[in-house]
Design a protein around this ligand. Structure first.
Ligand SMILES: [Zn+2]
Ligand SMILES: [Zn+2]
Length: 664
């Protein structure tokens, strides 16, 4: 049950970090969190009544939530940054002071925590609340830099001077503890780095990412459209040019999987409630699924007149419908339907393909000879993401997934897992991904039976196998304890685009619980029935996420094999022989499945080239009378310029081969 739709983890709802989390904080996170203390110091110098709540490091920086009589805007940043620089220049140590709970409570009541001085009429109310969340028996500590004292368990850098370079970025509204009923706070975001060069590089990368925004380039190139009014938000329509990319990716996946011994299946987009109760998606995952559709059919429909009778009174009462009346009516309808046994069948749009694949496994008797069974489908799933979280192709409600489930025995697991790994490496090479990382999440013994399925030996064994494969393949990976899925260890695959931005593209998961819940079995050599393990894998993630990533990675300048328009043939001149020659080239290219288009318009060649460049056509073939006479074409490559006149057959052969080999 991999969750490929998670782009970046949503901004964590502030929740107190455990000591374990803190011990895992990287050097950069410590630096950024320390910078939040420095920012608070600066804000208090300007607005002494400020009360601070949470100030954790986040991806790419830090924030601190505060309540303050002054409404902080980006116009204030310069002034705050100037104060921060002073604090950094002072190079104050971050001093750790351990206190008793009583001392901390007393200081908080006096407004001293998250403050520069005591503030008798302005108690540190959020810190008081935070104090209550510190488990009994855990040490309570302050961190002090200059006059600023904060309730904090750390860790920090040694001195304020260790913060090499920083910048405040945005201000946003936030609720205390993410609770809409709680007090509204101001959240100031910033980022910090070890030095100015890294900070500058980061902002340059953001600038470049903006230029490469997949929504912008997608619209310029006519790849996809989102139609919230008629189709619905978060459900991209693939336009012909985007579809060309989608189909190239599917072709790549199908060829690769076929060669690796996969079989292909196709499944409907819906399934009955029972499916998801069995898989465990319901009720736990219900919030991420579209609401069910209720279907009444057969005999139930025949009983409709009986039902109508029961509602006669309501229908003819002529009463004005108020929300209360409607609610009462719904309530009554529910009871009447229930009493008549007319709940109908509930169907859900599938949020994952696994359950359908499990039912395919169950559709025929299986023996050990059938294993490993590698079942692949580019399946279309639907997930309910809140409208505020939808983002272009990156966070969507309909997604096409490069899915497959590998059913295997324990003995087969290591080699199957290795083959999946190799497939990733092959793809990384094709797409020119030089930087990637596998994030390997394992279980924690304490969580067995609660957070993790209670199979202590199987956990250790599979984790061991996964670890060994990762080590042997020399792949770059990090291991994180206590973040596995309920059903087994998982691996998140992170890749970096050409401009150094990180994306989580796919999740692999080992599953040793759900096959049993579906009663999946095979007959082993010794005639006993056994439950297979299942590996979920989706190296190309979803079309939506992956193409969004590729647009940024290539800045829309796709390699020939992926380019929506691979070749454009442009004429210089208008005589019939020339047009026939040009059309002949297009016909030949299209016969080889090359996406070749014509520009035989009257426009001057300069204008034709400019237009093709703008459309990011990969290869432009200009054809004038001299080319025709010599059996040549003049080749021009997108954003590389003129290559020169070449024999027509050689050029066509070159194009066909480059596409076949998926050259970058
Ligand atoms: Zn799955
Ligand atoms: Zn701190």
């Amino acid at each position: 049950m991999p969750d490929e739709n998670q782009q970046q983890p949503p901004q964590p709802n502030p929740e107190r970090k455990t000591l374990d989390d803190r011990a895992r904080m990287t050097e950069l996170e410590r630096l950024r969190h320390s910078c939040a203390h420095v920012m608070a110091t600066a804000i208090l110098r300007l607005w002494p009544d400020a009360q601070f709540a949470y100030g954790p490091p986040v991806e790419n920086g830090f924030y601190y939530d505060l309540e303050c009589s002054h409404r902080i805007s980006p116009d204030d940043f310069e002034q705050i940054e100037a104060e921060m620089k002073r604090e950094i220049k002072a190079n104050n140590p971050f001093e750790r002071i351990e206190v008793s709970r009583e001392e901390a409570q007393r200081d908080a009541k006096r407004g001293r925590l998250g403050g520069l001085t005591e503030r008798p009429n302005n108690p540190s109310k959020f810190k008081l609340d935070l104090l209550q969340q510190i488990p009994e028996g855990e040490k309570i500590s302050y961190y002090k830099n200059g006059d600023f004292i904060d309730l904090c368990a750390g860790p920090h850098v040694m001195r304020t001077g260790n913060i090499g370079a920083f910048k405040l970025t945005t201000v946003a509204a936030a609720y205390y503890k993410g609770d809409e009923k709680g007090p509204q706070l101001q959240r100031i975001y910033g980022t910090a780095f070890k030095n100015k060069t890294q900070l500058d590089e980061y902002f340059k990368m953001l600038e470049e990412a903006k230029r490469r925004d997949h929504r912008k380039i997608g619209a310029e190139m006519g790849l996809f459209a989102i139609d919230p009014e008629y189709v619905g938000p978060g459900m991209p329509l693939w336009l012909p040019k985007g579809t060309a990319i989608v189909e190239e990716l599917e072709k790549l996946a199908k060829e690769t999987e076929f060669a690796a011994g996969y079989v292909r299946v196709r499944t409907p987009h819906l399934a009955k409630e029972k499916m998801y109760l069995t898989s465990g998606h319901l009720p736990y995952y219900a919030e991420s699924m579209f609401p069910p559709m209720t279907l009444l059919e057969g005999e139930d429909i025949a009983r409709r007149p009986v039902l109508r009778e029961k509602f006669q009174e309501d229908l003819h009462s002529g009463a004005v419908l108020t929300p209360e009346k409607i609610d009462a009516f719904i309530e009554k309808a529910y009871h009447v339907f229930k009493a008549e046994g007319l709940e109908g069948d509930r169907y859900y749009l599938k949020a994952m393909n696994c359950p359908h694949h499990h039912r395919i496994f169950a559709a025929e008797p299986r023996s050990y000879r059938d294993l490993p069974l590698r079942m692949a489908e580019y399946g279309c799933c639907y997930r309910y993401e809140q409208s505020g979280e939808l983002f272009g192709l990156m966070r969507v409600r309909s997604l096409n997934m490069n899915d497959a489930h590998i059913y295997c025995t324990e003995d087969q697991f290591a080699s199957e897992f290795r083959a999946v790994n190799d497939m990733y490496l092959k793809y990384f090479k094709i797409f020119g991904l030089e930087k990637y990382q596998m994030r390997f999440s394992t279980h924690a013994k304490e969580g067995l039976g609660r957070k993790y399925v209670n199979e202590p030996e199987l956990w250790l064994k599979t984790e061991d196998m996964v670890r060994r494969v990762l080590q042997e393949s020399g792949i770059h990976y990090v291991e994180v304890a206590n973040e596995a899925a309920f059903y087994g260890p998982k691996i998140d695959v992170q890749v970096w685009s050409a401009i150094g931005r990180e994306f989580t593209i796919a999740t692999n998961q080992v599953d040793f619980a759900v096959p049993a819940r579906f009663g999946l079995q095979y007959k082993d050599r010794d005639n006993t029935m056994k439950t297979p393990l299942c590996i979920h894998r989706a190296p190309l993630g979803t079309h939506e996420r992956f193409i969004g990533f590729l647009i940024e990675h290539y800045a829309g300048n796709f390699p020939l094999w992926l380019a929506p328009e691979q070749v454009r043939v442009m004429t210089i001149g208008e005589d019939q022989a020339l047009l026939d020659y040009a059309q002949g080239i297009i016909n030949e290219l299209r016969a080889h499945q090359v996406r070749a288009e014509a520009d035989f318009s009257h426009n001057p060649i300069k204008a034709k080239v400019a237009e093709a460049e703008k459309a990011r056509v990969h290869t432009m073939l200009a054809i004038g009378p001299r080319d025709r006479e010599g059996g040549n074409v003049s080749v021009r490559l997108h954003s590389q310029g003129h290559v020169g006149a070449r024999p027509k057959d050689e050029v066509i052969r070159g194009i066909v081969e480059a596409i076949r080999d998926r050259r970058t």
